[in-house]
Write a protein that binds this ligand. Structure first.
Ligand code: F0G
Length: 454
C-alpha cells in the first residue's frame, strides 16, 4: 500500500468537536448554507482553506519568542527581509498584512482603467482588485486546464500563443501587466513549469511588459516541479526557487499560505516599482518595517520560508491530497485529476448532474458534505464568481468543492473518515438539491452571502 508518511510528529494538540447530525443541519441552516459562515466550534475537520491554518513547527514557535517589537526598524523585519533576499534574490521588500493587500497596491499602481491583465487563471481577490481599478482580466490558460480528468502534469501553464495573440490584439500599451499564479488555485491547485514561466517572461520582454508572479502557493508548485519536470529533478528546491523568482519583475505572496504563518509581502528588484508602491504600505498597511504583521508572525514566516525549502516538509500536503483524491476516485467519486496542491477538489457538476449550474451545485455539495461529515470545504464554482455589470451570472468554468489540506494538521485517519463520509454522500447524492441566494453581496459574494434550498 502507498501510505503517505508524515516526516514530523505531533507535539501540541487541539481538542475537536463532532456535533451530531441534527446539530450540523441546524448550524448550516443558520449559516445560510454557506460554509464560510459556520462557527468553527461546529466543525470537525476545518478544510475550508489552508490560509493561516497550517501547523507551525517547534522552530517557528521558538523564533516567535525572539521577536523584536519595534514600530520602525525592528531586527525581526531585517531577518525576514534578509531571508527573502536569500531565497528569491530580490532587493526590496514591502510587507503587508496578507496577500490581497499586495493585490490592492499592485493594482492601484499598475492598472489603468480599460487595461487588461492576462493571467494563467484568475484568483477571486486578484480579479476583484483589478476590476475595482477599472481593469479587466483575460485568462490565457491552455484548453487542458479545464479538463478535470486529465493526465497533464502542468495544467497551470499559460498558453503562450493565446498570450501573444491577446497582446497583439489589444496592443501592449493596453496591457497593465502579465500575472502568473503558482499552484493555480481555482483550477484545483495545478502547477506551472519552470519552462513555461521562462516562455512567459520572453513574451513580456518582447512587448516590454511586467511579469507579476503570485507565489502564494509556491510550496506545492516547487514540489511538483521537482517531481514532474525532467530538467529540474536533480536541482535543489532552493535552486528551483531562484530560477523561478529570476523570471519575475514583481513577486507577491500571502504568508497565510507561503511560510506556514500569517502575513504577506511584495518583493522586487526594481527600485522604480518599489518607490511607486511604498507610500501605499504606509497608507493602508502600517509602517514599512511591519506592514500590518505582528513581529511574532514575521519571525514565524522567516523560519517557515526556510522550511519551505525542505522537500520533506512541502511534500506532506500534495501527498495527503493525492491519497484523498485516489481513495475517493476508487469509490467512484469524481475528483480533479491529476491531484494538485492546496486540497482535494471534488467535481460537483459530475457529482450532482441533476443540479443546474445556476443553482450552485458546488455550493450545495459543500453544505451537504458538512452535514454528512462535519468537515467543511469551500465552494469554488459559480457562487465564487460575480455577476456582470447587467446582473447576469458569470458561470464558472468548473464547479468544484475544495477540501483544503492545511499542512501538517490532519492525520491519515481523519482523511480516511472524510473519504468515507463523502463516498456515502455520493451514493446518496439524489438527496441534494440546488440553492438560491437570499442575501447576495455585490462583491466577493461567496464570503458572506446567504442561501436557501431552491
Ligand atoms: N493569491 C492566491 C493564489 C491565493 O490563493 C490567495 C488566497 C490570495 C492570493 C490572497 O491572499 O487571503 O492572504 O489575502 N487564498 C485563500 C484561499 C483565501 O482560501 O484559497 P490572502
Amino acid at each position: 500500500e502507498n501510505i503517505p508518511l508524515e516526516m514530523h510528529k505531533v507535539r501540541i494538540v487541539q481538542k475537536l468537536n463532532l456535533p451530531p447530525v441534527e446539530d450540523r443541519v441546524a448550524a448550516i441552516r443558520e449559516a445560510g448554507f454557506n460554509t464560510f459562515l459556520l462557527k468553527n466550534e461546529d466543525v470537525y475537520m476545518d478544510m475550508l482553506t489552508d490560509s493561516g491554518v497550517n501547523a507551525m513547527s517547534d522552530r517557528q514557535q521558538a523564533s516567535m519568542l525572539e521577536a523584536d517589537d519595534s514600530y520602525a526598524g525592528s531586527a525581526t523585519f531585517t531577518r525576514l527581509s534578509n531571508k527573502l533576499t536569500e531565497l528569491f534574490g530580490t532587493k526590496y521588500f514591502l510587507p503587508t498584512h496578507q496577500g490581497r493587500a499586495c493585490e490592492n497596491i499592485i493594482s492601484q499602481v499598475l492598472v489603468k482603467p480599460g487595461q487588461t491583465v492576462p493571467m494563467n487563471y484568475h484568483f477571486t481577490t486578484s480579479k476583484a482588485h483589478i476590476t475595482v481599478n477599472g481593469g479587466t482580466v483575460e485568462e490565457v490558460f491552455k484548453d487542458e486546464a479545464l479538463n478535470l480528468n486529465s493526465e497533464d502534469l502542468f495544467k497551470g501553464n499559460m498558453d503562450i500563443e493565446k498570450l501573444t495573440t491577446l497582446i497583439e490584439e489589444r496592443g501592449a500599451e493596453n496591457i497593465a501587466f502579465v500575472r502568473v499564479e503558482s499552484g493555480t488555485n481555482l483550477i484545483g491547485g495545478q502547477p506551472h513549469s519552470v519552462e513555461n514561466l521562462k516562455e512567459v517572461r520572453a513574451v513580456c520582454d518582447k512587448y516590454n511588459l511586467k511579469l507579476v508572479y503570485d507565489i502564494s502557493l509556491l510550496a506545492d508548485n516547487l514540489y511538483f516541479i521537482k517531481q514532474r519536470e525532467d530538467a529540474y529533478k536533480e536541482k535543489s528546491i532552493r535552486e528551483i526557487t531562484r530560477e523561478l523568482a529570476d523570471q519575475a519583475h514583481i513577486l507577491y505572496f500571502s504568508a497565510r499560505k507561503l511560510g506556514f504563518a500569517r502575513g504577506g509581502g511584495i518583493i522586487t528588484n526594481s527600485e522604480e516599482d518599489y518607490l511607486a508602491m511604498r507610500e501605499f504600505i504606509t497608507l493602508y498597511e502600517g509602517f514599512l518595517t511591519y506592514g500590518g504583521m505582528s513581529v511574532r508572525e514575521m519571525e514565524a514566516i522567516t523560519v517557515g520560508l526556510d522550511e519551505t525549502m525542505d522537500e520533506q516538509y512541502i511534500s506532506q500536503g500534495p501527498e495527503f491530497i493525492k491519497f484523498m483524491s485516489d481513495e475517493l476516485q476508487k469509490k467512484g467519486v469524481p475528483v480533479v485529476l491529476p491531484a494538485g496542491g492546496l486540497g482535494c477538489h471534488i467535481d460537483a457538476s459530475k457529482f450532482l448532474e441533476h443540479v443546474r449550474q445556476t443553482d450552485y451545485p458546488a455550493g450545495a455539495l459543500a453544505a451537504a458534505i458538512y452535514i454528512a461529515s462535519g468537515a467543511r470545504g469551500m465552494e469554488r464554482g459559480t457562487m465564487s464568481e460575480q455577476r456582470d455589470e447587467n446582473g447576469v451570472e458569470t458561470l464558472a468554468h468548473m464547479e468544484l468543492v475544495r477540501m483544503a489540506m492545511p499542512r501538517r494538521v490532519f492525520t491519515l485517519s481523519q482523511v480516511k473518515y472524510a473519504v468515507d463520509r463523502i463516498a456515502w454522500l455520493y451514493d446518496n447524492r439524489e438527496l441534494i438539491g440546488g440553492m438560491e441566494f437570499v442575501e447576495e453581496p455585490k462583491v466577493l459574494r461567496f464570503f458572506f452571502g446567504k442561501l436557501e434550498a431552491k
